[in-house]
Structure formats: C-alpha cells, structure tokens
Design a protein around this ligand. Structure first.
Ligand code: MN
Length: 707
C-alpha cells in the first residue's frame, strides 16, 4: 500500500498542504513500526490507524490529532517510545499518543484492576485534551466495524465495554451519529440472533410503508411551502438497536412499536422552527404530551431541536424533529462539530459545557480513592437512566431517573417517607415533588403529625414509595372519613339545638346496636363516606320522634359551616370541573361511598343541583393553611408568536407555581387558546401568577376557568 496516494484522498483535502506532508511522514513512521503485524482479518496492521485517521478527518480534526491517530498504537504494540514521537512529531502529538496508550500490564494484580486503571488514565488524559477521547472513540468505532474477525469471547467483551463506556461517552459529548453506530454494532455482536430477527422485521415493515411514507413526505413539503417556510424534509429510519430498546423498556411487541420511521425538518432559523411546528400541527393531529422544546431548554450535551409526535397517515404516531442546519450539525457531531465549523460562534457554549463536564471528572478523580471507585463514579455520571444522590451523612443512594424527594424519603426509611413534609436539596428548601439530579445532597424534613398525601402518587417513581403511600392512604381513608363524619354529625346536632357533649355513652351504645354498626368510630366513618345521613343519626341519638320518617332524605338546614382541612384524603375530594382553591367560597355535597365532593360556590356545573336539591349542599370553609398546593385552571388566549409558550411557562415558574398540564385548541391561526392547569397555594397566589401573565404582551385574554 503506497503512502502518498492514500493520503491524497478527498477526506484529507481540508488540511493545508504542509500538514498533508507531515501526515504522510506519520503514516510511513507508523507503517514501519507496525511492519510485519497483521490484524485478525489478515490485513496489514497499518490499515487500522489509517481508517481511524479517516474517521477523524470526517470531523475535520486538526493535523496533530490525525498524526496521533496514525500513531495511536505504536507505543503500546511496538518498541517506539514517547520521546521518539516527541522528537519526530512534537510534544503535543506525543502527549496525545501517550494518553491513548495503556499502562504496562505488569503493574496490576488482575485484569479488572488493569482495566479500571487504564480507564482512569484515559479519562484524565481526555479531561486535559478532548481530542484524546475523540481519537479513542474513532479507534473503538473502527474496531467495532471490524469486530467480526475477532474470536467470540473477545467480541462479547469488547461489545459490552462499548455499551457500558464508549457509547455513553459519545452520547455525553453529543456525538450522536457515532453513539448510534456504536450501540447498533455492539447490539449485533452481543445478541446476534435478536439482531437478525429484528433487522428483518424492521426492513419488512419499512417496505410495507414505503408508498405511504413517500406520500406523506410530499404532503409535509407541500404544507410547509404553502406556509412560506423554506425547509428540507427527510425521512429518518430508526436503527435496530433503538427499536429493541423501546421494546424492552416499554414492554412492547414489535407490532406495537410504531415509530420505526420518523421525519426530520431542517429550516433556516429558530423562528422558522416554531412556524414549521405550527404548520405541521395543522396538517396532522398532535399526540398530547409528546411535544418537547429542546430549543428553549437544550439537553446537557448541547442538543437542540423541537420534537413532536403526530398521528400520521398510518394512523399511528410518527416522530418529527424540527431544527436549524446549525442545530443539526451539533446534533450529529456534538463536540466534534467544533473542528468542522470553526466560525460557528454558537459552539462556544457547547465547548464551555463540555469543559465543565471534563473539569467535574477531575474533581471526581480527586475525591475517589482508587481507580475502581473512580470508574464507578464516571459510569454513574454517564448513565442517564439512574440518578445517584447523597444522604446528609454522605451515603450514596441510587434512584431511577425522575425520582423525587418523596422517593428518596421512602428509600431511606418507610417512617421518614410517611412523615416527610419538606426537603432540602443542596441546602435549599424545595418542594417534595422536586426531581433529584445526580450528585444532589438530599435532606428530608419530617414532622411527627405529618401523613402521606394522595397527590404524591402522581409523581413518585419507585415501587417502594408507591406501595407505602397506598397502604397508608387505605388506613387514612377510614380515619379521615371518621373525622369528617364526626364533624358532620356535630353540625347536624347543632341544627337540632344539641351538642355532641350532651350525648352519653349509653345513647351511643344503643344507637350502634340499633343500626347494626360495629362501633362509634365506624358510624362516624359511614357518615363521612355518605353511607348514613348525619341528620338521621343525630335524631336517633337524641330519640327525636321524626327520625324514622326522615330516613330517605334531607340533612336539614345546616348551621354554620364545616371546615375542611387542606390535606384531606379520600373522604374529601376537590371537584375537577371548577378546581376550588383556598380563598374560594366553597360548597360540599356528600356522595354515597365517596365522601364529600367540594365545588366552588359559583361552579356552573352545580347550579341546577343546588336549586333543585339545596339541602344536599353544605356550606364549608377552608381549614388553616398548609404547605399543600392546589390545582387551578386558567384559560389564556395568546397571539401566535414564537416562543410565547416558553414565556408563559417561565412567568408561571417565576411566580412560584408549577404547570400541571396544558391543552391547546385546534385552530392555531392568529390566536391560540390554552387551558393551563397549574399548582398554587391559594387565591392570592393565583392572582399573582395571573398578574405576571398579563404583563406578557402576547397575552390577549386571561381568565380563571371553572367548569
Ligand atoms: Mn487502535
């Protein structure tokens, strides 16, 4: 193989002529050093470093990196020393090659020790110079592409290492195309049979849909061009590995995985992204909850794009990615795009982020005693599916991603979970629903009187928390109902001019016997759950003659009002039509077996019922304030302008509220009306949020939504 013609390949044409000459020298140097060595496939060894340099050239890496790529195995596999490389190609190249070379094996007790220590060396070299890891990843990619020639046992080991370390690093650095290919190759070698079967199924499914895909491509292009949006639209075939991952994570069969095909829309600028989104939502129906704005909130690796899922012509959800050309480059090549697009100033933020991450690796290194521990910490950092947090005493606990402070509390101890009232994350007081992030130091604040809240079930992620909360609520439902029943009975007695203190235990015993109840407590619970009418029980207790006649009916005119507490369990439910919050005037109605349902006094849903059956309704008051948040709904009409949703969301967050859900109307021409459900403490808090929203110029109309 002649050296110079190979390096004449167009892939190196971005280099200066002088650099191409130096590259030629490095090639000859490496070829001479590896002379007589062959790869498992039987090819001369030099074919490997040359291929690695070729992969790096596609990212337009500089001459130093390419020279180091050509020399990356000489120190390890030949007698060439670091000093020799330094003398011939300069110190920076020698440092890069050194960072890529494993330590001499003699020093280690076991293969695992050697592996861990080698990783530490490589990761530290990478923290000093990110080119080290880019060369290592290109090296690994070529080894994976040619893994077929390697014996089976080694193949599996290399494939597993790729899945555990190299693919996650590629992902962390935003090298998406590389990340996808590494995973695909590793999957094919780890599970050859699954890979073959699935690859065949994916191919067949695509074939069946080819015509429909072509038609929808046409429809999408037409719609965007009608809207005056310049865009390039392409189909995007998902690989076998990501289909497999979806099947195993969501427990789906192949026929249930709809999105083996997606679309990508590339437009000229950010405003056009949102315009294209609007146009596409007009073409196909969006799937609720699938819209993600990674432009407003980029991923940690710098990835930016709009994602949405639309019910496409197949009648099944199809994923869409909408981004600019510039975002697309970063999405494909991540950190490596720095070398490819030197004039792109938006990359400096990405560089800064990467630098911070690499710095954090150095910090981990300083805190970790040995290389195994270091490797574990780095793996933790690289794996997005789990978060690792610290207890106040420094113990590390692992939780699934998305887990909250409540999950943490239950993981520490059931009692701590049951009694938690607040959490401190990194010494700052946060709501219990706060999602925990890697490295957070979490402290749970408990109170002896505290109880689990049914609302927690909506956000806890761990089975342990969920089952404990459920169990507690079952017990609590009974106690809550009994306590509500006792208050309702007290009120009914008051109407009859009596009080609970007037009733002796003999009267109670008699009543319990008569009505076939097991205890006084059970009678209260039955009242609270609406199984018995408080007025009837009150008359029977007082032995009033008209008791029997009233068995069917009314509770009588209420005297004063019952207070409900903020943390009511199942015995008191807040109606979801009007979503009452503290400060609202409220009324309650007892539903058989459900306890009391609380509505806002002006809820339009209950007007008729309150007129026709006024005696079924009780005036009630809110109890003293608690830390609980309540859901309130508002209707907002906004001018359709880019980023308006982001503005609304950020004002709501700034006002200390959380958005629970957003639904939008179909017509998205000039104005959009959204129904926002958010969490607030009370009416004053809601008023504050609404005032903040009114200040947004695009907000045209704003009102509380009831019913
Ligand atoms: Mn190599």
């Amino acid at each position: 193989m002649a050296a110079v013609p190979v390096l004449d390949e167009p892939v190196f044409s971005y280099l200066k002529p002088a650099d191409v000459v130096r590259l030629g020298e490095a090639y000859r140097f490496s070829e001479a050093a590896h002379a007589g060595q062959t790869r498992q496939s039987g090819e001369p060894y030099i074919s490997h470093p040359l291929a690695v340099a070729g992969i790096l050239a596609a990212w337009h890496l500089d001459a130093q990196a390419l020279i180091a790529a050509l020399l990356h195995d000489v120190m390890e596999d030949t007698s060439v020393t670091k000093d020799e490389i330094s003398d011939t190609f300069g110190k920076p190249v020698a440092e890069l090659v050194d960072g890529l070379s494993k330590l001499a094996r003699i020093e280690f007790q076991s293969a695992e020790d050697a592996q861990a220590e080698n990783f530490r060396k490589m990761l530290l070299a990478m923290a000093r110079d990110v080119r080290v890891i880019l060369i290592k990843l290109a090296d690994r990619l070529h080894n994976m592409r040619t893994l077929g020639a390697v014996p089976a046992a080694k193949r599996r080991r290399v494939a597993r290492e790729t899945t555990e370390i190299y693919a996650p690093i590629a992902n962390r650095l935003g090298l998406n195309a590389l990340y996808q290919e590494l995973h695909e190759l590793a999957f094919a070698h780890l599970y050859p049979l699954r890979y073959r079967v699935l690859a065949k199924a994916v191919k067949a499914a695509r074939g069946n849909r080819r015509e429909l895909i072509g038609k929808s491509l046409e429809a999408i292009r037409q719609r965007l061009s009608d809207a005056g949006i310049e865009a390039s639209v392409s189909g995007r075939e998902k690989n076998v590995y990501s289909t497999y991952k979806k099947m195993s994570e969501k427990h789906l069969s192949f026929s249930e995985v709809h999105d083996i095909y997606g679309f990508r829309v590339i437009v000229k600028d950010v405003p056009a992204c949102y315009l294209a989104l609007g146009a596409l939502h007009g073409l196909y129906k969006p799937v609720p909850g699938k819209f993600k704005d990674y432009i407003a909130i980029p991923k940690a690796n710098g990835y930016r794009s709009l994602h949405t899922a639309l019910i496409g012509p197949f009648g099944a959800p199809v994923e869409f990615q909408i981004r600019t050309e510039q975002m697309h480059r970063i999405a494909e090549a991540g950190v490596a795009s720095h070398w490819m697009y030197k004039d792109d100033t938006s990359l400096s933020e990405l560089q800064k982020q990467t630098h911070l991450w690499l710095q954090s690796l150095l910090e981990i290194q300083n805190q970790s005693g040995d290389s195994h521990e270091f490797l574990e910490h780095v793996k933790i950092d690289l794996f997005p599916d789990e978060v690792y947090v610290f207890t106040p005493k420094g113990r590390i606990l692992s939780l699934p991603r998305g887990a909250t402070a409540v999950d943490f509390a239950y993981l520490v101890h059931t009692d701590i979970g049951n009694r938690c009232v607040a959490a401190k994350v990194n010494n700052e007081l946060v709501p219990l629903r706060t999602e925990l992030r890697n490295g957070d130091r979490v402290e749970i604040i408990t109170a002896s009187h505290a109880k689990p809240n049914p609302a927690w079930l909506q956000y806890v992620r761990t089975g342990k928390a969920r089952s404990n909360i459920r169990h507690f609520l079952k017990t609590m439902q009974y106690e809550e109902s009994a306590s509500l029943g006792e208050r309702l009975l007290e009120q009914a007695l008051k109407v009859l001019g009596a009080s609970a203190t007037d009733i002796d235990s003999a009267s109670w015993d008699r009543l319990v016997r008569e009505i076939g109840s097991r205890s006084r407590q059970e009678t209260f619970a039955d009242i609270g759950l609406g199984k018995r009418l408080p007025a009837v029980v009150a008359r029977r207790l007082l032995r009033r003659p008209d008791a029997a006649r009233d068995e069917s009916g009314a509770t009588g005119k209420p005297a004063g009002s019952v207070t409900i507490r903020g943390t009511e369990g199942v015995a008191v439910q807040l109606a979801t039509c009007c979503r009452p919050i503290p400060g609202d005037q409220i009324v309650g109605s007892i539903r058989k077996g459900q306890g009391m349902v609380v509505h806002a006094a002006d809820c339009p849903q209950i007007v008729r019922s309150r007129k026709s059956a006024p005696d079924q309704w009780l005036d009630i008051d809110w109890g003293p304030a608690t830390s609980r948040l309540f859901k309130a709904a508002i209707e907002v009409t906004v001018a359709n302008q880019r980023g308006v949703l982001a503005k609304v969301a950020s004002e709501i967050a700034d006002a200390g509220s959380n958005i629970d859900s957003i639904s939008m109307d179909e017509d998205r021409s000039v104005y959009t009306t959204m129904l926002l459900v958010m969490e607030v403490a009370d009416r004053r808090h809601l008023a504050r949020v609404m005032r903040a929203l009114r200040r947004i110029p695009e907000v045209m109309k704003l009102a509380r939504a009831k019913g």
